[in-house]
Design a protein. Structure first.
Length: 357
């Protein structure tokens, strides 16, 4: 199929935003969200996400179920993104897709779909590193017209799969400073929630419970590794022991203690994350700090970061919820930046379950 240049000219002539030129379709399928977004001349016209409820009963993401759900969702999600953005397939100039890291079967659905579409439309395909894209979510154009953040800044990416401190020197130069050696922050929340009998994903439930909890009732030990790396396995073990000791008094006692236990878990994770942020800010000398990833919606983390920002005079970059969790807008922006720099892939683009940061 050849591109309908007349139709594309109509879109690009609108000259809407100052950012990335052209029509970029972003596709995300690395874990349990199937997402598509459309950027038209640096304006986000659509950001569609289909979640997968099917995992809730299993206490975590089941890879095979995730792949099947992505297969079901991908065409309707891309179709909806195109309809919402008023863009036809022939208008698309480039396709950005998550190449990894993530679940191999889930990544295969997105990359195979994107490759077929790129071949049919004869447009470039750009493979995007999902973890880097979380840091680049700060560059997704906002509906309120607010400007992209000035660089450099430090970004803490905290999600179900990653806990990473990144020096964002510019939108094209990201340097990882430290990461988790075991569980990611989101996993620590989710596994802690599972110990309390809560469904997956437990992070938001812990957050809601913690709000009603007494912070002084239980205190979990803080694990502090030297340098900027993090570890949550000690927190998990200590929490398991604490929950077991409360459970000895019966299930009713556990239910009564849920808010206090949630508050203890949240305080320990937030404290460990924010201590590393302080060290990284001192080391880099940056005055701006951002949060990204699903855990960056945590109210305890946001509150502590706001306190630190006002105490230390930092500018704090926070994202709206739709850009914190997995989304395709960040993939479209990350891919668009690579495309602009001439870094495109071939139709042999292969998914990568792991990508060292
Ligand atoms: O970024 P995301 O949508 O997916 C990954 O790339 O993993 O993050 C999902 C993670 C889950 O672990 C979920 O429990 C956690 O983010 N999460 C939260 C909150 N909202 C989502 N954790 C703590 N507090 C929240 N409010
Ligand atoms: Zn993610």
């Amino acid at each position: 199929m050849t591109k309908n240049r007349a139709s594309m000219a109509k879109l690009t002539d609108r000259n809407e935003g100052d950012g990335l030129r052209g029509v970029i379709l972003g596709i995300e399928s690395s874990c349990d969200d199937t997402a598509a977004a459309v950027l038209v001349n640096g304006v986000l016209r659509a950001n569609v996400i289909a979640g997968q409820e099917v995992h809730a009963a299993w206490g975590g993401v089941v890879p095979e179920l995730a792949s099947r759900a992505h297969q079901e969702h991908i065409i309707p999600v891309v179709d909806q993104a195109l309809r919402e953005s008023g863009v036809s397939m022939e208008d698309i100039d480039a396709i950005a897709v998550t190449k990894g890291p993530g679940l191999m079967g889930a990544l295969l659905v997105g990359t195979c779909f994107a490759r077929s579409m790129a071949q049919a439309l004869d447009v470039p395909i750009i493979g995007v590193d999902h973890v880097k894209a979380h840091s680049l979510a700060h560059f997704v154009p906002r509906a309120d017209g607010s400007k992209a953040p000035a660089t450099p800044f430090l970004n803490l990416t905290v999600s179900g799969g990653h806990s990473l401190l990144v020096d964002v020197r510019s939108s094209s130069e990201l340097v990882a400073l430290g990461s988790t050696l075991d569980d990611a922050a989101g996993e620590a929340f989710d596994k802690g929630a599972k110990l309390l009998g809560l469904p997956y994903p437990g992070g938001p439930l812990i957050d809601a419970l913690a709000e009603k909890g007494d912070l002084d009732k239980y205190v979990l030990p803080r694990v502090s590794l030297p340098g900027l790396d993090l570890s949550f396995s000690g927190t998990k073990t200590a929490f398991r022991e604490l929950v077991a000791s409360v459970r000895q008094h019966g299930e009713d006692a556990l239910v009564e203690e849920l808010p206090h236990l949630a508050a203890a878990l949240q305080a320990s994770i937030v404290d460990q994350l924010t201590r590393k942020v302080v060290t990284a800010m001192e080391r880099t000398g940056h005055s701006r700090v951002g949060l990204a990833g699903g855990v960056s919606m945590n109210s305890g983390l946001r509150e502590r970061m706001m306190e630190l920002a006002s105490e230390k005079g930092w500018e704090l970059l926070l994202l709206p919820p739709a850009l914190c969790t997995d989304n395709a807008a960040m993939i479209a922006v990350a891919g668009g930046l690579l495309w602009q720099a001439g870094k495109v892939d071939g139709l042999d683009l292969a998914p990568q379950a792991r990508i060292p940061q």
